[in-house]
Design a protein around this ligand. Structure first.
Ligand code: 13P
Ligand code: ZN
Length: 273
């Protein structure tokens, strides 16, 4: 059967961007095997033909009830699917789902019955929060950035304020583009509802969430911006690592320099998007 993307150029453009990001994730070594996942809210691209399409499977439980998701549609990476395959063909490595009337189940609608990512509770909890807070953000990204995950193995970096200050001090752009910093969520079982609710609490206060010994979660108006936020913070982690490899602990920007950047560029100290 023909892909739903063939007759919907705006939707295709959105998923082309997901494919581009998936390629970057693979190139950076952040997406081994099926590592990482993403969702994009695509409700605005759903026309009457797509809306009336029969489901490809019985309704599946999300694991939580998310009232703001009533009538919402998403593109999700499939569970067990590779980012490097998504980079070539988003519909072979993911699917389009709609949330059912009870806001606690989803149905797969297109192109084929690829089961969504196992981290769906986290992704959809964030999507529910973003809608509820009036945000225009539509994309959520979970990936395994090497340096940030490595840092999350050290007890000293599991303190969100401390880790944020250290990363901001590495290069001015970190503060400029991640002014809320990074919030650490203690280790929890991948795909669990506990991990989803801890992530939700952290994303209200920080740009990016770091899952201890696992990966990151970021949100954005589109998937490219969610990627950029992760990339900016991981770049700071790489700078820290590189200085350590040179044999010294980096001096870091002074607190005064960091404060000046915040003032001059009028950086927000709470979430606006
Ligand atoms: P999925 O293949 O189910 O998306 O899982 C990948 C992953 O990174 C889990 O945290
Ligand atoms: Zn993961």
């Amino acid at each position: 059967m023909e892909s739903v993307l063939h007759t919907r150029p705006a939707l295709k453009k959105e998923l082309d961007r997901a494919a581009e990001v998936a390629g970057y994730l693979w190139q950076r070594g952040w997406a081994e095997r099926n590592g990482g996942n993403l969702t994009i809210r695509i409700t605005e691209y759903v026309d009457d033909v797509l809306r009336t399409r029969p489901a490809l499977c019985a309704p599946q439980p999300i694991g939580i009830r998310l009232p703001n998701l009533k009538g919402c549609w998403f593109y999700c990476k499939g569970t067990g699917k590779r980012m490097r395959d998504l980079a070539r063909d988003p519909m072979s490595a993911g699917s389009i789902i709609r949330i059912t009337e009870d806001c606690a189940h989803y149905e797969i609608v297109a192109d084929s019955p690829v089961m969504p990512t196992s981290e769906l509770p986290s992704h959809l909890s964030l999507q529910d929060y973003l809608i509820g807070s009036g945000s225009n953000y539509k994309a959520t990204l979970h990936t395994h950035p090497i340096e940030l995950v490595a840092m999350s193995h050290a007890r000293e970096f599991l303190d969100s304020e401390r880790l944020t200050r250290l990363l901001w001090a590495m290069i001015p752009e970190t503060l400029a583009f991640a002014p809320l910093g990074i919030g650490v969520v203690p280790y929890a079982l991948p795909s669990s509802v506990e991990l989803a609710s801890a992530t939700l609490e952290m994303i209200k206060r920080y740009d990016v969430v770091l899952w201890e010994k696992h990966g990151t979660v970021a949100v954005g108006p589109d998937i490219m911006e969610a990627f950029d936020q992760t990339d900016v913070l991981n770049k700071a982690a790489i700078l820290y690592k590189t200085a350590k490899q040179f044999g010294f602990t980096p001096e870091g920007l002074t607190p005064e320099a960091v404060g000046e950047i915040r003032d001059v560029f009028h950086l927000p100290s709470e979430r606006r998007g």
